[in-house]
Design a protein around this ligand. Structure first.
Ligand code: HPA
Length: 304
């Protein structure tokens, strides 16, 4: 062995692994989804509206990690929703579960290989902004990817050019047209008073914020905080998917030393249950009315 030999280190996930997963799914279902929906904590019921379902536990799908969080079922559901073919993740993967960011975002690239054009991400989040109340629905207009800012980015490591460029732009990664369509739908549903638009910040978790951390987020202009979403959106934007995101506000983050409140996961799940019907209607109408195949994202269209 010469001194210039390097030990082959496996960095990230190989293209073949995404491909194998996508091929396996194609062999198991006739559905060819155009839209993918990631259901956040307590929001798995979004998949219930799908017709002609084919579902697969994550444990059966090559390459998929396992979801370990209560409130996340851990299966992929394919089906029809208002004339569009969808795939729904009931349960997502989080960094705090110990998954690598490659594994956390694995399904998104599999969706791209399955032909998905639009990704809908949902999450449960704590309100940082004073005007946001538990039960409100925040359309995500932008994010702060705290883990990403310190180098925990799912695109770290060698770039897979088949998916997208080395240095992808992230400005405008939450589609404006879909946000304004969602607002129109909310007005028609009579729930416009629940809707807000704002900035979501991802923190690593699994701890909820200290008061000092909550105050810091507030001063930075963050509206809502959670422990997911940003890595999936980074990977989706990199490979040219159109992204729509919403946060269900499940609790207030505690920003005052005088406030006796504290957050707990059961409370987060309970607000999800209370808003399940509204969220399901909103997402269903959005899928029904969104246009497909309209050369989304222009220059982002890097077909594989
Ligand atoms: N902080 C972080 N993540 C969360 C919260 C919160 O207050 N609520 C739901 N997910």
């Amino acid at each position: 062995m010469g001194s210039r030999d390097v030990t082959p280190v496996k960095l990230g996930v190989l293209h073949d692994e995404y491909q194998q997963s996508a091929e396996w799914l194609k062999s198991q279902t006739k559905h060819r989804p155009q839209v993918a929906i990631i259901c956040g904590s307590g929001l798995g019921m979004l998949a219930d509206a799908l017709k002609c379902q084919d579902s697969f536990p994550y444990a059966d799908i090559p390459g998929f990690p396992q979801s370990t969080v209560q409130g996340h079922a851990g299966r992929l559901v394919f089906g029809e929703l208002k004339g569009k073919t969808c795939v729904c993740m009931q349960g997502r993967f989080h960094m705090y579960e110990g998954h690598s960011l490659g594994k956390t975002t694995f399904p998104v690239r599999v969706f791209k290989l399955l032909g998905v054009e639009t990704l809908i991400v949902t999450n449960a989040a704590g309100s940082v902004a004073d005007g946001l109340r538990p039960g409100d629905i925040m359309l995500i207009k932008d994010h702060v990817n705290f883990p990403g800012l310190v180098g925990l980015n799912p695109l770290s490591g060698p770039n897979d050019d088949k998916f997208g460029p080395r240095f992808p732009a992230m400005s405008g990664c939450y589609d404006k047209g879909l946000r304004s369509l969602a607002l129109d739908i909310a007005k028609q549903m009579g729930v416009a008073d629940l809707m807000r638009e704002g900035v979501y910040a991802m923190v690593g978790g699994p701890t909820f914020e200290t008061i000092a951390e909550a105050r810091l987020l507030h001063r930075l202009g963050v509206d809502a905080v959670g422990m997911s979403t940003a890595p999936e959106v980074v990977i989706a934007t990199h490979c040219g998917l159109r992204v729509f995101g919403l946060s269900l506000i499940t609790n207030k983050v505690v920003k005052s030393y005088e406030d006796p409140d504290s957050v707990d996961h059961q409370g987060v799940l309970e607000v999800g249950r209370q808003r399940s019907h509204t969220l399901q209607q909103l997402v269903t109408q959005l899928v029904a009315r969104m246009e497909i195949n309209n050369n989304i994202g222009g220059s982002r269209d890097n077909t594989l």
